[in-house]
Design a protein around this ligand. Sequence first.
Ligand code: CTP
Length: 400
Amino acid sequence: MTLAGKRILLIISGGIAAYKSLDLIRRLRERGAEVRPLMTRAAQEFVTPLAVGALAADHVYTDLFSREDEQDVGHIRLARDCDLICVAPATADLMARMAHGMAGDLASTVLLATNAPVLLAPAMNPAMWAHAATRRNVATLRSDGIGFIGPMAGEMAETGEAGEGRMAEPLQIVAHIEALLDDAPKPLKGKTAIVTSGPTHEPIDPVRYIANRSSGKQGHAIAASLARLGAEVTLVSGPVTLADPVGVTVVRVESAANMLDAVTAALPADIAVFVAAVADWRVATSAANKIKKKEGEGPAPLELTENPDILKTIGHHQSRPHLVVGFAAETADVVANAQAKLARKGADFIVANDVSPATGIMGGDRNRVRIVSKDGVEDWPDLSKGEVADRLAARIAKAF
Ligand code: CTP
């Protein structure tokens, strides 16, 4: 319940992305937040106040001149009785009015009267987002201290046009709100961390590559947990389909060689956690052109050569981080193998997991790990990957 007791005023303005705001209300409430909804007139053309009110389990505020609402709560209290105002979707029109301090309806009046942090999730046609007028308004709002999430690039709901203008997904907005409202202690403030995550792709030719089943879920979660504890995190990620964690610098790479370069470039650091499932081998010389099938001949042989071991390189580096953590994905003799890796790779501890297909860990959402260090073996229970990440970040913080 990361948002327990937090009061969020959700302003829904008029765009097709308003349908996603229904889900946003659920996701916020799932995390313990109280959501008070406010809709502009245009928003009510896209989703009904009935649906919004039912999901929020609260009255929906719509009208600046509603006698009942004014007597009951009033627009000034609406603006003040909250920990954060989130505008999702935020239209070009509402942003323009905010940038000019206009207060012609309930939403703009509340936004002018508030002293709570404000987060906008813009959604509009890409041409409107790119327009010079919108650029000016966004710059003004940013310098006024208004926060933004998105818009994202992708396909537009109405026209099928592609470009920047899609509203951020509800879970991305939730993660951003969690980060903004997080008042937990920051034991890793002032510390820097490098995390590797995901698989690597080792090219065979321009269209083919060698890869593995790593999803990046565990590595990304660890980067997010370290950032939540105040660390300045660089996440070096192989190709994954996950959203970038909030508050983390993400460097995207393809191959093990690229990953080593990116990790080395991020040194010095206080902490390094190597979660990536780096390919142990690459094709010795990847072909410049697509390798063609030749009738009657067998497949072209692939000569493999060993990749650099990133953990081992950094574990023995002259700028070795104070704390180096490795992972060990094993399918047998989990602890014995992890102990051997600990010494060989120069890690302070190894997070060992059994990735036999029956465990469902590879690509799944849960993990069961053992922490192997020179002090012994800790057996952790079956946890979500997010919980493993939080525990690991707390353990890292304790080491400082
Ligand atoms: N690792 C790395 N670079 C590599 C290979 C592995 O940084 N080229 C890191 C992984 O991120 C992980 C740890 O080393 O933290 C263990 O990886 P794993 O593949 O389990 O170990 P290997 O050294 O490949 O040993 P084995 O193949 O015997 O399992």
